[in-house]
Structures are given as C-alpha cells and as structure tokens.
Ligand binder design. Sequence first.
Ligand code: ATP
Ligand code: ZN
Length: 286
Amino acid sequence: MENKLRIAIQKSGRLQEKSVKLLRECGLYFSNGPNRLKTESYNFPAEILFLRDDDIPQYVEDGVADIGIVGENVFLEKKKDIEITQRLDFAKCRLSLAIPKGDTYEGIQSFDGKQIATSYPNIIKDFLAKNNISAEIHEISGSVEIAPGIGLADAICDIVSTGSTLMSNGLKEVETVIKSEAVLVSGKSLSAEKQAILDKLIFRVKAVNKAKNTKYMLLNAPNDSVKEICSVLPGMKSPTVLPLKESGWSSVHSVVNEDEFWDKIDELKALGAQGILVVPIEKMIL
Ligand code: ATP
Ligand code: ZN
C-alpha cells in the first residue's frame, strides 16, 4: 500500500478519457470499469482513484491521493497547497470574460461596477484585482452562459475552447483571463519511495508527449541532392542516410516536428525527394 503511488483522475468528463489514455501510453495497465472508484495497475506501483475533478486538489493536499490530473483552471481556482509537476498538453482551453453581443466593449474598465457570473470566483477576483477593477461576482456552478440572458449578471467568466457555446447564447468573448491545459499536480511531501515512482512516471509522460509532436519521416532522394535535403531535415542528431539498391539513390530518415512537416514536404519535393513517408512515433527518449 505505502509503496504505491496514488493517482487521482477525473471520474467522468472531458479529462477522463485522455487521462486514462496518457497513463496507458506510459505503460500502466489497469482495468477501468464504469462504476469503479479505485483500481490498481498490474505492472506499475500505482493505484488509480476516480474522483470529481473539482475535488482532486483537496485530496492531493490531504494526501489521500499523491498526484492528480486536473485542468490548470481547477488548480488555480482551488488554491490548495499543491504544485504543478508536469504540464500535459491536452484539454487546452481558456477562461474568458464574455458580454452580450450587442454591448459595446471599451476595455477591462467596462467591468467596473458590473455583475459577473462564474464558476471560477477566485481566478476572476485575482484578475480583476490585478487590473484595479471592482465588480460583483456571482458564483454559479453550471450553465454560466445563460446568466446574462436571464438578467442574473452583466457578463460571465467561463471556459471557452471554440467560442460556439458563447455565440449560441448571444455572447461575445472580450478578454482572456487565463489559458489552461491539463496538468499533473502533486502534494508537497511525498515519501522518497513515492517520489521515485513519480519521477519514473514523469520520465514516461515526457517521452510520450515529446513523441506526440514529432513524426518520423522517410524519403528517397537522388544522391546529388542528399546534402541539401539533410540541411532541410535537421533531425534529432543528424539524419540517417542509407544507400538504395538502385544506384544513384539514397533513403533519408529523420525526425521532424509535427507543425513543420507540411512545409518541409514542399521543400523536399522541390529538391527531388520521392516516396515520402511520415509515420507516428510512440515514445521518444532524448
Ligand atoms: P463537472 O465537474 O460538473 O463534471 P467540469 O466543467 O468541472 O464539470 P469538464 O467539463 O469535464 O468538467 O471539464 C474538465 C476540465 O476540462 C475543465 O476544468 C477544463 O480544464 C477542461 N475543459 C473544459 N472544457 C473544455 C473544452 N471545451 N475544451 C478543452 N478543455 C476543456
Ligand atoms: Zn468539475
């Protein structure tokens, strides 16, 4: 018991599936029935607790769980004595201020003396204080976006990813309060044994996330353009160049950034590259 790392993840909701997927990609095998509150990994010293995401910071502070996966927005809102150990690069969203579409907006001072409905009172209070604005905060726990329409508030502060929910409720986003993504949080006094397990897990998370943003690229190139092609494809160290059976041709292998590879493909084709393959990388250890 004592030597197992207790990991709290969301029981159901937007973080659930991706949290489970991340742990599995890190090589933790466990069963995940629909009504489970707790499960053990068969092959890694960890127990997984399924909890409401809003409760996770408290459980981690109390040491009921050693670490947890929550949105950064929840971490910031709850103000518990815990820390972010690793950013996880999923569930990206922002917490924004929005007002009715027809209202004019003249900067942050427009919120002075207004009523703002939100599920994130602490975050918005900090933001307003930093900007010397005083507004009245109405804390509501869900369906925040209907508040202006029913006369409960002048504005809202809520989570936005595409903005379509705001739009369909006749609101417009006017100010980003914070940007958020899923984060791994941990308590501040883990035993040395648990810290060692956590370090191992974080090492794996980094390898998985690094791999997500990169692709392995293979292509065939005429020998006289290999040098130029290699300068386009810097790779992790240097590209691998192997001779093809057909003389005058080589196979060039490299690792490229996800967001760069379309640009690279155009350049490579222009340099005579053929048979370009781009394949996913599962784990990447640097
Ligand atoms: P409840 O606690 O009632 O289940 P919740 O809003 O806390 O609702 P979810 O909607 O499952 O829970 O959201 C969990 C987290 O996922 C949020 O705290 C936020 O960090 C992130 N998130 C929320 N909405 C989006 C979105 N549209 N796109 C990406 N991430 C989001
Ligand atoms: Zn929640």
